[in-house]
Design a protein around this ligand. Structure first.
Ligand SMILES: [Cu+2]
Length: 213
């Protein structure tokens, strides 16, 4: 009996150590890979806010528990481009001392019908949950120059291109994927796609050269 109990204790301790080791390995990122690269553009001023994303990754990817924010500050939507996983709740804020409105017309890709969230002042907020893949244009009917974009994706593996043209997508499960680009005006920067193989603990570089053709 005593031997059995001792064995049980040893087995439990071993299991705990193994669990802990798995956690350490995950933290070291040796089970997932990274995709990064440079995006160059012609015909637009900057590669900033081009989106690079994986079209589909097996699995049911859950949205974050917390809402994501779209602010209105100094008469602009911030951020200009907001990529989210489908099911994400977005809170629309107003940080300006003037009234702003948020509405979106019917999506060009047919994914979303038009909706007007209303008009409100500083400190107020409205929210909406986006549960279908697609993209929509946010507008403010008080300030016609204001514009932003929400891109709703199947999975959380995406990266926005920075001013210097770089992007990075971390924590990608190993596999073969189709990597795509998205730009707010597809007539100016036509979308492109590339096949990519992601290996555990490795980084893959995929560069894009985007233009209207
Ligand atoms: Cu406004």
């Amino acid at each position: 009996m005593k031997t059995i109990v001792q064995f049980a204790v040893i087995a439990t301790v071993t299991a705990l150590i193994q669990t802990n080791m798995t956690g350490v390995i995950r933290a070291d990122d040796t089970k997932t890979g990274t995709i990064s690269g440079e995006v160059s553009v012609s015909g637009v001023r900057s590669p900033e806010n081009v989106l690079v994303y994986i079209e589909k990754v097996e699995g049911d990817w859950k949205p974050p528990k917390e809402a994501t924010h779209m602010d209105q500050k100094k008469l602009a939507f911030i951020p200009r481009v907001l990529p989210i996983v489908k099911g994400t709740k977005v809170e629309f804020l107003n940080s300006d001392p003037v009234l702003h409105n948020v509405f979106w017309p019917k999506s060009k890709d047919g994914s979303y019908t038009g909706r007007n969230l209303g008009t409100w002042g500083k400190g107020g907020k409205r929210d909406a949950t986006f549960d279908k893949e697609g993209s929509l244009v946010l507008l403010c009917n008080v300030h016609p120059e204001m514009e932003a974009h929400i891109v709703v994706l199947q999975n959380p593996f995406f990266g926005l291109v920075t001013k210097d043209g770089g992007y990075e997508i971390k924590g990608v499960p190993p596999g073969e994927y189709t990597l795509k680009t998205w730009y707010e005006n597809p007539k100016k920067l036509r979308p492109k796609s590339e096949k990519v193989t992601v290996k555990a603990g490795d980084s893959t570089q995929v560069d894009f050269s985007l233009s209207r053709r």
